[in-house]
Design a protein around this ligand. Structure first.
Ligand SMILES: [Zn+2]
Length: 446
């Protein structure tokens, strides 16, 4: 007998080209059958009028910090509430320093599954490189490659680079590290060196790493890099180079026209207004100047005194974000990142917002395309045994009401969970039902 059956939902499983009304049978934490037969089960949930999807897989997020042996479930809980069952984290060069310690504190104690990348900047620091603007010497680079190799052995799915945040990284340094990733068959993700008019050189530099090493590439949050008038040219350039040279390139993006980073980041080094033009479109999420920044004096004062404060920069062009998200190379990545619970609404709303707007309201993508971008594509890219409802696979399932699905998180209230997420299962166990979180400890390290 089955443990649970999800009855009469519209099952959408792009990996297996399934889109029809079926019953999903679950036994021992795995998908046991997809059938139109009414099978006996110990429990059943009627999903009539709902879409039954593989649990969402977030192609690009960040992890909650490990502090004194404990990880606060903040990003992970917001993920669960929007139907995400797996996060790919360790992005933008910044990952846990001690992977085994992080994994031990995480496994079986957090709401969603996690796959970690190693972080280039983190490894740079571990090996003694303190100056983000300076290149590393040969001995340091050798130690970095060795550390990366160890972390890939410990389960990292690849390496992330935050080239923008660590300008001292040279092409030679990056290629040496990328060659290690290639040997392990991992992915190299990067927040590339520049945005706006700097994006063309930045993308070319990143493609050159792929050209020289053969590593699989992932361009991080393309919206915040190129939605300032460059998106069409960048996407077509990537397509042309990939086709001509056999480069393996994917992209992730979040569905908002504002980005989020700390005020102390190199993003705001001298000359940043050449790219974003207007300081009053930058918002602070913390401190006495919380809200929109009135002038450069305030900006510089906060940058000096509180470089860790997060900013939201409302400077991107929405039509170019649409262009990125509807491109076949692009997968959904929330880029969820928080400081003291504050931050960008994307951590709580990206997935619901993407499906609601792009699939159901504006119909820029078919249901199949939208679900593929939120499930199987990221799972396949990072080699995760998730993202499909194939028989025998782990029963991570998200059930939502397509008529009610709606993100609620806003810049003013970034933590609000979306509406319309009916059910989230991890390993066959119901973790969330009708907005109520039932389990927060089902997440595994993948
Ligand atoms: Zn980034």
């Amino acid at each position: 007998m089955l443990d649970l059956i999800l009855k009469n939902g519209l099952v959408c499983d792009p990996a297996n080209s399934i889109q029809s009304i079926l019953n999903v049978g679950i036994r021992n934490g795995r998908i046991a059958c997809l059938t139109s037969e009414p099978l006996p089960a110990a429990a059943e949930i009627d999903c009539t009028g709902h879409i039954v999807s593989p649990g969402f897989v977030d192609a690009h997020s960040h992890e909650d910090d490990l502090r004194e042996g404990h990880i606060e479930a903040d990003i992970t809980l917001r993920a669960l509430r929007q139907g995400v069952t797996t996060l790919v984290t360790g992005n933008c060069g910044d990952a846990p320093r001690d992977l085994p310690a992080y994994c031990a504190a995480y496994d079986g104690k957090q709401p969603v599954n996690m796959a970690l990348l190693a972080g280039h900047t983190t490894i740079r620091r571990l090996c003694g490189a303190r100056n983000k603007y300076a290149p590393v010497d040969e001995a340091t680079l050798a130690a970095m490659c060795e550390t990366l190799e160890r972390q890939l052995t410990e389960g990292a799915k690849g390496l992330s680079m935050g080239i923008r945040y660590e300008p001292g990284m040279t092409l030679g340094e990056m290629c040496a590290m990328a060659a290690v990733v290639k040997r392990f068959g991992g992915v190299l993700a990067a927040h590339v060196r520049g945005d706006a008019f700097e994006i063309y050189d930045a993308i070319e530099e990143f493609l050159e790493i792929g050209r020289r090493t053969g590593v699989r590439l992932q361009i991080s949050h393309i919206g915040s890099m190129a939605a300032y008038g460059q998106m069409a040219e960048v996407l077509s350039y990537v397509d042309r180079r990939a086709a001509a040279e056999g480069l393996d390139v994917r992209i992730d993006c979040y569905p908002y026209d504002a980005f989020c980073t700390s005020i102390g980041a190199t993003t705001y080094d001298d000359g940043f207004l050449d790219r974003y033009h207007d300081v009053t479109r930058i918002e602070l999420t913390d401190g006495e100047y919380k809200g929109f920044i009135p002038n450069m004096e305030v900006f510089e004062k906060v940058r000096r005194e509180h470089p860790e404060y997060l900013t939201i920069a409302h400077v991107m062009n929405g039509a170019e974000v649409d262009m990125a998200l509807t491109h076949p190379r692009t997968m959904l990545g929330s880029d969820g990142v928080l400081l003291n619970g504050a931050g960008h609404p994307r951590a709580a709303g990206a997935f619901a917002r993407f499906l609601a707007q792009y699939v159901f309201e504006r119909k820029l993508l078919s249901l199949n395309e939208g679900i593929a971008k939120t499930t199987c594509e990221a799972a396949a890219r990072f080699g995760l045994d998730r993202g499909t409802l194939g028989v025998g696979r782990a029963a991570d399932v998200t059930v939502f009401d397509p008529k009610r699905l709606q993100d609620k998180a806003t810049f003013a209230e970034p933590a609000l969970p979306p509406e319309g997420v009916r059910l989230v299962l991890l390993g066959g166990v119901v973790a969330l039902q009708d907005g109520k979180v039932l389990h927060t400890d089902l997440g595994k390290i993948l």
